[in-house]
Design a protein around this ligand. Structure first.
Ligand SMILES: Nc1ncnc2c1ncn2[C@@H]1O[C@H](COP(=O)(O)OP(=O)(O)OP(=O)(O)O)[C@@H](O)[C@H]1O
Ligand SMILES: [Mg+2]
Length: 113
């Protein structure tokens, strides 16, 4: 199991979610966050606007998936978020040790989806 964290441009969120749904990936956590990458938060001319000094508004997606869904998840995020411009985002892939559905007590891969 993997825990996938993606930081993307807010205006790409709907497209990424559409592509994830097409691949049967429905369970996701989405947060509004602020961040900076290699350009240290210098706003691009036409997309993000500068906030709180050197931080730009971004969207964070968090998705826990079984191994069989890792590639589809990464492909959907990459395809949906990419424009080719700086600041398109970054994806982090973490090993996930366990998952527990609180209502039933199910654990592991069964509890993920
Ligand atoms: N090493 C990192 N650690 C934590 N967060 C990061 C890291 N790299 C990027 N991020 C987050 O991802 C967001 C988007 O990063 P961004 O796409 O600008 O990456 P980049 O490495 O600067 O690549 P690019 O040159 O394409 O802009 C950042 O605003 C930040 O929130
Ligand atoms: Mg950058």
């Amino acid at each position: 199991m993997k825990y996938i964290i993606a930081i993307i441009q807010p205006d790409r969120l709907d497209h990424v979610l559409d592509l994830l749904e097409k691949k049967e990936i429905h369970l996701v956590t989405v947060s509004n966050v602020m961040g900076r990458g290699r350009q240290k938060g210098i706003a691009t001319v036409y997309r993000s606007h500068l906030e709180a000094g050197s931080l730009l508004k971004k969207v964070k997606l968090e998705i826990a998936v079984n191994d069989a869904f890792v590639k589809a998840t990464l492909d959907a995020i990459t395809e949906g978020a990419r424009t080719g411009e700086i600041g398109d985002g970054k994806i982090f892939v973490l090993d996930l040790h366990d998952c527990i559905r609180v209502r039933t007590g199910e654990t592991g891969g069964v509890a993920i989806g």
